[in-house]
Design a protein around this ligand. Structure first.
Ligand code: 3Y8
Ligand code: NAP
Length: 248
């Protein structure tokens, strides 16, 4: 009897949850517990870490999970690595639902970097107006470049003090091109730091940067272990053995 665990937290995971619920398949949705009020899902939902690989393996056994779908964000590398290890340990089928990275197009001015330290180093020496669109978890290293005027964007209001002086926009996205153009013009943004998340929920800032001719310091994706992956919800449903009516 098929029982799926969806490791979620992304727009793609939300689309998958809708299809699974509509198909009446036995599945649960899992959030890491990163945000205060995550979006509601049409599936039974759990929130919070499993407790590493062993915790996830234990959950799989206790809940009788037969299929794990890793629909987490491309930068949720630890969760994805744990999912591979726990599924090997328990002999459970695993599929990743992962959108393709954004590809550089003519007119893009990208500086691709491997990690946050390189992103900090890629900023100019002279004072600039910088939009850090990388969330809250990884901004501390930018404190070493206090000469810049930073704009940050978080899902939730910053509870504790910020590691450096900055303007904070609280918004959970998905974002629109007009909204990004308006924000960047209003704040005279000169540089953008972004992750190559892929998907549509966050690409508006990349299109806005191209339209305004602004440089983007682009964090490339972390290396993940080999695992089966698809880019569409329909392929996940087929993998789960559910006949997908055409045009679904
Ligand atoms: C908790 C679930 C939907 C899903 C929305 C997608 C789109 C907007 C783009 C910018 C970049 C960023 C951030 C971002 C995007 C979608 C999608 C996506 C980037 C929620 C969500 C959770 C999270 C966690 C949060 C991180 C943060 C990253 C903000 C829900 C809204 C910057 C990633 O405060 C924190 O601790 C937030 C942490 C991980 C990265 C970071 O390091 O700060 N996402 N984002 C998930 C969980 O608990 O399991 O709250 O409902 C989901 C979405 N985030 O509703 O359509 O699918 O990609 N999320 C990045 O790209 O760098 C925003 O501002 O332009
Ligand atoms: P991460 O660094 O890869 O994971 C750190 C730990 O958080 C994991 O080892 C696991 O804890 C727990 N965790 C993460 N995702 C989980 C999930 N869906 N269900 C249960 N536990 C989870 O993860 P992250 O980058 O902080 O991302 C956390 C969540 O935000 C994910 O759901 C991801 O899809 C979403 N998200 C992340 C980004 C991003 O930029 N990273 C962007 C958009 C959305 P244990 O080891 O205790 O099991």
């Amino acid at each position: 009897m098929m029982r799926a665990l969806v490791l979620g937290g992304t727009a793609d995971a939300n689309l998958l949850a809708e299809s699974l619920a509509r198909a009446g398949l036995d599945a649960t949705y899992s959030y890491g517990g990163r945000t205060r009020a995550p979006a509601n899902q049409p599936l039974p939902t759990r929130i919070g870490g499993f407790g590493g690989v062993s915790g996830l393996a234990e959950h799989i056994r206790q809940e009788g999970i037969t299929h794990v779908v890793d629909a987490t964000h491309p930068f949720a590398a630890e969760m994805s690595r744990n999912a591979v290890a726990a599924c090997v340990e328990t002999g459970t089928a695993l599929m990743a639902l992962e959108r393709a990275p954004w590809a550089r197009t003519p007119g893009d001015n990208w500086i691709e970097v491997a990690d946050i330290a390189s992103a900090v180093a890629a900023l100019p020496e002279h004072r600039a107006r910088v939009f850090l669109a990388i969330g809250r978890q990884h901004i501390a290293p930018f404190a070493s470049r206090p000469q810049h005027a930073y704009t940050l964007r978080f899902v939730d209001p910053p509870g504790d003090a910020l590691p450096f002086d900055a303007d904070v926009i609280v918004s959970r996205g998905p974002f629109t091109l007009d909204g990004e153009l308006e924000m960047m013009r209003a704040r005279s943004i000169e540089w953008i730091v972004a992750r190559n998340s892929g998907g549509d929920g966050a690409r508006a800032k990349i299109d806005a940067a191209r339209a305004l001719g602004l440089p983007v310091i682009m964090l490339v994706r972390p290396q993940l272990p080999d695992r089966p992956r698809v880019e569409s919800v329909a392929e996940v449903l087929q993998w789960l053995g559910h006949r997908v009516c055409l045009g679904a």
